[in-house]
Ligand binder design. Sequence first.
Ligand SMILES: Cc1cc2nc3c(=O)[nH]c(=O)nc-3n(C[C@H](O)[C@H](O)[C@H](O)COP(=O)(O)OP(=O)(O)OC[C@H]3O[C@@H](n4cnc5c(N)ncnc54)[C@H](O)[C@@H]3O)c2cc1C
Length: 391
Amino acid sequence: MDFAYSEEEELFRKTVRQFAMRELLPKYAERDDPNYPPEEARRQLAQADLMGLRAPIEYGGSDASHVMCGVAVEEVARGDYNMAALMLQNIVIADVLARHAPKEIKEEWLPEMVAGRRICTLALTEPQCGSDAAALETKAERQGDWYVITGEKSSISNVGADACVLFARTSPVPGARGISALFVPLDAPGVGRSHFNDLGMHLCRRGALHFDGVRVPKENLIGQEGTGFYQVMNQFDYIRALLSLQCLGCALQSVEETIEYVKTRNAFGQPIVRFEGVAFPIAEAMTKIEAARLLSYKSLWLRDRGLPHTKETAMVKWLGPRTSFEVIHQMLLFHGHAGYSDDYPLGQRLRDVIGHEIGDGTAEIMKTIVAREFVGREFRPYNAARANIGG
Ligand SMILES: Cc1cc2nc3c(=O)[nH]c(=O)nc-3n(C[C@H](O)[C@H](O)[C@H](O)COP(=O)(O)OP(=O)(O)OC[C@H]3O[C@@H](n4cnc5c(N)ncnc54)[C@H](O)[C@@H]3O)c2cc1C
């Protein structure tokens, strides 16, 4: 076994950490303002060469390994959880397009995404279905050389994006087999948008997309008709490991900041870190974070080697966000009344990480996937393959 990062990975981690500490952390709270321009955040990430990690080199990307993407996401999340979310979405969608989109779309969009000038989002969830994603009702009807899209997508991150990878029903076949993926520019006539008022993750602007007879050329099909759901979604389950590392980077930063705080905060004539009631939860937090990090990196390492990683990514998709939420909560409490104010970033972090206890698949759905791997598919209560794995 070898748990060491390569020299290149270590150097990359150091560089991204410096960027996150110097450029991102000081303005984390400022970017929580719902009016903060996301374009500015994108520009900053692109300038640091972080928007095209999985895009091929010929389109300006870095063709980075999945482990490298994990390092980037973890480190950026130490500075700003939501900047990491923005970057993560770009990494994964550029990867989808690079593998499945027609050449013209790649040529037009990938360089723009890498430069942070335009972004794409993923439109899967609908008002009536999230976990049971294959129950979606949005239709893309073939009319000559066009698909005509009608329906509503709900809970879409970066709802102001320039385009989306949309999942829609292209045939009456029920379940996932009737679903295809389409690339849809969001300036097309018939597209409407509305915004949600969220608890956290304000930079990621969640909302709904409305499609009223929106026409896209038949060439905008991503993957094959009727198999888009499996082809595109199942292949990108590594997003779960990245999300886990996003949550854990944020938790780790919170613990490290708290260690400094409890060393200088005195009660009963001594620094509070001397009390086991304070030191032991810090030890437990570090233990849990390290265990979850290792499994997250193992998932990405498996992915880089083309080995199966479904159960590992599902494990960390519930473990990472939950561990992060619990750890940040405890660190906030160690700051006493001050932790409850916006003098510290802990409250904002807590609000932000809750988003990923739900987004991209809930803990219950992840556990269903893990259980299926261990107890066998014949004992699953329903077709877990149709569960939401990407939104
Ligand atoms: C911050 C955030 C960002 C998001 N971004 C996107 C995006 O960009 N694109 C996109 O398409 N979607 C996105 N989503 C949507 C997200 O993927 C869904 O919210 C998620 O899959 C859950 O679906 P739901 O909200 O409809 O909950 P439901 O499916 O209605 O579930 C409600 C509750 O029931 C539980 N439940 C459901 N089925 C089972 C079962 N079989 N066994 C046990 N419990 C079950 C769930 O775990 C949950 O606790 C985002 C969500 C959030 C919060």
